[in-house]
Design a protein around this ligand. Structure first.
Ligand code: SAH
Length: 236
């Protein structure tokens, strides 16, 4: 573990409690399954390398890591929820997927494997750590020159509070209550500032828009709404 750990034990306890739910598409983690194809396309459309080496930071049960592996990437997944990693390893093995899951924080990985990856994905994780800017900086260090970083999180706006937390967790039950706290949500301008300070250049942003009638998500390019994802590249 890094000398000054950037982890909130309450968050890890929450994801350990949820670990059995990762692979139930109709359960409490269902939203991650519902958005997975959309975020996979956002990512794979932008990695200009065949069979890329990708690290998924805060991989949880491996929903995105598996999709990346099936798409031809060589995937390393790191997380600090040991119960989630256990589920991730079991699920990958059952599906015949060779994914390198490690109980590791991103700063420790960046110290030992700097400039080793074509892409870093860090989805729905930054809003769960005390210092997201440190995670972004470590992600940047993991990248080869020309490598791409992908981050997704929830905007810190009143609209996001109303829809993602109040409606999403308490009214519609799209995700477990207590998953998100407002103060830890991240504005796109903050994400871009931290990425810039880490030597990353902004490339693209898109939002995942939820339609409560169809219960489906779609991608709105160039939009910074509630659930957004952004792509950055190392300065070459
Ligand atoms: N990225 C996955 C899971 C998102 S849930 C997906 O989108 O499908 C957030 C994940 O971040 C959880 O698995 C949680 O255990 C992990 N996490 C929280 N704090 C972390 C930290 N400091 N280091 C690594 N992983 C962390």
């Amino acid at each position: 573990m890094h000398a000054s750990p950037n982890v909130d034990p309450a968050e890890i306890a929450h994801f350990n409690r949820m670990a059995d739910m990762w692979w139930d598409p109709h359960g409490k983690m269902g939203q991650l399954h519902a958005i997975n194809d959309l975020r996979l396309a956002f990512i794979t459309d932008r990695i200009g390398v065949a069979a890329p080496r990708v690290v998924d930071v805060g991989c949880g049960g491996g929903i995105l890591a598996e999709a990346l592996a099936r798409h031809g990437a060589s995937v390393t997944g790191i997380d600090l929820s040991d119960l989630s990693l256990k589920i991730a390893r079991q699920h990958a093995e059952r599906g015949g997927l060779d994914i390198d899951y490690r109980y590791l924080d991103v700063e420790t990985l960046a110290a030992s494997e700097a400039h080793a990856f074509d892409a870093v994905t860090c989805m729905e994780m930054l809003e769960h750590v005390p210092h997201p800017e440190r995670v972004i900086a470590a992600c940047a260090r993991l990248l080869k020159p020309g490598g791409m970083a992908f981050f997704s999180t929830i905007n810190r706006t009143f609209k996001a509070f109303a829809f993602a937390i109040v409606a999403g967790e308490y009214i519609l039950g799209l995700l477990p209550r207590g998953t998100h706290s407002y103060a830890k949500l991240i504005k796109p301008v903050e994400m871009r500032r931290w990425a810039g300070a880490a030597g990353l250049e902004f490339r693209a942003v898109a939002s995942l828009m939820y339609n409560p009638l169809t219960r489906r998500f779609r991608v709105a390019p160039d939009r910074e709404d509630i659930n957004y994802m952004a792509c950055f590249a190392t300065r070459s």
